[in-house]
Design a binder for this molecule. Sequence first.
Ligand code: AP5
Length: 221
Amino acid sequence: MRIVLLGAPGAGKGTQCKRLLAAYTLVHLSSGDILRQERSEGSDLGKKAQGYMDSGGLVPDELIVEMMVKAIEDLATDGFVLDGFPRTVNQGAELDAALAASGKALDVVLNLEVRDDVIYDRMSGRRSCPKCGAVYHLISLKPQVEGICDHDGEGLIQRRDDQLEVVEKRMETYHQQTKPVVEYYQNSAVRVFDVQANGDAETVHAEIREILARMSDSQTV
Ligand code: AP5
């Protein structure tokens, strides 16, 4: 299955992708995670991306498209779930063209719908492991020991772009540049489903599973 998961910053895309991996044969490709990895390695791409990420803007399309198309081409399996990409209509068109060139297409677009006040709570409470990338929340997903990653014992940090003023800019960027991607897909051949995602992570996951099961039953996937 080839899935695109859309949603505002902090909507829970990464959280849902991890749950999907446990249920389906998929690879999770997160443009944000790949960029953060490039930054931590000090690569040219990471250096170029840094300023855009820290200010809540978007990294230029040409850098992102090249990075993500290569990541898709490098996959050993056919199934993937894209998280954070595409984020502009142009990125969507470039992705379609790259998939078409290899005789492939997306199966489904899932659009997580979350109220803005819920988004702010999720992002202000998020804590991440700088080593393995595991994501926690101060209230909804606590580590076993406060401030420490369950997986590797590393101290948890707040992402630089989860500071309130950057979150506000990211939300503005989302409404201006990423929301139109939903409409782009609604006007295409690929099936698009809105997922009400204000509830807890398990409830949202169950709704996504139901959508994918219905698609499977109708033999469209
Ligand atoms: P990126 O890392 O993609 O950030 P984002 O899209 O803003 O998404 P987040 O990672 O912030 O949130 P998420 O939706 O994955 O939520 P999560 O599951 O962690 O991008 C960062 C930056 O990189 C961008 O600003 C941009 O500069 C650049 N970039 C990336 N891709 C780009 C592209 N394609 N083009 C250009 N630039 C690009 O959940 C958030 C919190 O809520 C967690 O604490 C979690 O535990 C909690 N939570 C999640 N779901 C629930 C739930 N249902 N109930 C309760 N708590 C929940």
